[in-house]
Write a protein that binds this ligand. Sequence first.
Ligand code: C2E
Ligand code: CA
Ligand code: CA
Ligand code: CA
Length: 277
Amino acid sequence: AAKSNNGNYAFYDESIREQLQNDVKIETLLRTAIDNMELSLLYQPQHDTKTGKIIGLEALVRWNNDEIGQVSPFVFIPIAERLGLIDQIGRWVMLEACKQNKKWQKLGLPKIPVSVNLSPIQFKNRRLVDDIKSILQECGLEGKYLGVEITENALVEDIKDINKKLSSLKDMGIKISIDDFGTGYSSLRYLRDLNLDVIKIDREFIKDYPEKDDGSITKIILNLARELGYKTVSEGVETQEQLDFVNLNGGDVIQGYFFSPPVSPERIEEILTKQNE
Ligand code: C2E
Ligand code: CA
Ligand code: CA
Ligand code: CA
């Protein structure tokens, strides 16, 4: 059926082939990214809504390759999951974040937790709890200075199994956040039955406020969290108006460009030093 006068089909074939070659290229390069020290972490501050003080950080992975440049985690994390590389990358992220946090503590900076993102595949891995234990030990970091963020999609298995795992993490003092709340296989049952600490409200529900969105979903989730005794982090707050809205509706913590994008560990050191003065 591929008959075309204007070359559209040919163009399409070409772009699919290019895309495939591109994917293979990324896959090949990703396999050696850790060994070649191409991964790094940025940290985005989380601010107390009322005081503006930094009360936590989220570690966000970056991949920079000489040949293909900077690749977004939105692109390479799903590939890492598919290729079975996510456990290795995830462990690297945790180790790096814990080492860095310990460094800041040794500098006498305010002690705050750093959260890492856990892919559902990582969360389901039976070695997760032991891995985290040995990483904390290796770094000499107390569990209360590590947080984990899991998405709703990690929570679709047996509630009992999940709670067992969550309890082992909690026993170490680790704070557990449910990430991107409202965008996955949301179920209110998780909030009732699972041993979680923090709800992170996805950027989706604040990004168009007030122009194209009256914020009602954000408001409802904030109320729900309060009723159920969860802390909240509102993601993606970019404007004063959005900050005021979250504050007015009882949001605890803000993470977004209004305060800061993800930044280098050196920059975090400067910011925390200032906050300490
Ligand atoms: P996420 O966990 O929801 O992380 C928040 C993302 O929103 C980050 O994108 C952050 O830079 C961005 N962001 C924060 N505030 C604002 C804002 O005010 N406006 C806008 N437009 N964006 C904001 P990033 O760093 O590109 O990460 C994208 C996603 O990749 C993360 O979403 C997370 O799902 C995944 N990811 C990042 N690092 C890791 C990791 O170490 N492990 C795993 N499994 N996933 C990761
Ligand atoms: Ca996250
Ligand atoms: Ca998120
Ligand atoms: Ca998000």
